[in-house]
Design a protein around this ligand. Structure first.
Ligand code: ADP
Length: 178
């Protein structure tokens, strides 16, 4: 599914984010930036040791923030390591922290001259965020950013499963209508 917003486009697809040919892919990292399972493990495996070499020098990353490394062997030039919140009950700042890590990732992509960025469903795996809520926050935060900044022309949400893809598509339709 695609949605045009002036000079920019948001795309929702099912796939493996490590295979994306965009300027930057976003990693759902942990605050230690030490790798892990899920999409984090897949990115480090596909991108090779150069990514971890740079992560080690970054001294971690706060929840809600993001940091940049090389893309190593990936087609993407950069990896933006974003740290989403662990979901507890939604009353511990989780929505703001999740929005913040999407916003910070977009800011860093822009600062590093990226025109295209791919996101996974941050916090939707082991961090346990309810996926419809996370999808709505992700899409709305990126849309807001694109309306007020120029330079990023393509944002892709790359969802590993078809179920999650459908939820993100629904969130995109709702955000377009509101
Ligand atoms: P978090 O710790 O932020 O919850 P996870 O990596 O556990 O991060 O999960 C985030 C999402 O990424 C989940 O929806 C998971 O299915 C998905 N995912 C896992 N591997 C990949 C991949 N290679 N490409 C895209 N998405 C992936």
């Amino acid at each position: 599914m695609k949605s045009d917003l002036g000079e920019s486009r948001i795309e929702v697809v099912q796939g493996d984010i490590t295979q994306e040919t965009v300027d930057a892919i976003v990693n759902a990292a942990n605050s230690g930036l030490r790798g892990g399972g899920g999409v984090d493990g897949a990115i480090h495996r596909a991108g090779g040791p150069a990514i971890m070499d740079e992560c080690r020098k970054l001294a971690g990353c706060d929840t809600g923030d993001a940091k940049v490394t090389t893309g190593g062997n990936l087609a993407a030039r950069l990896v933006i390591h974003a740290v989403g919140p662990v979901y507890r009950d939604g009353k511990h700042g989780e929505p703001d922290l999740l929005a913040s890590c999407y916003r910070r990732s977009m800011e860093l992509a822009l600062q590093h001259g990226c025109a295209s960025v791919a996101f996974p469903a941050i916090s939707c795996g082991v961090y346990g965020y309810p996926i419809p809520d996370a999808a709505s926050i992700a899409i709305r935060t990126v849309m807001e950013f694109l309306k007020s900044h120029h330079g990023i022309t393509r944002v892709r949400f790359v969802l590993f499963s078809d179920d999650v893809r459908r939820i993100f598509e629904h969130a995109l339709e709702e955000a377009r209508e509101s």
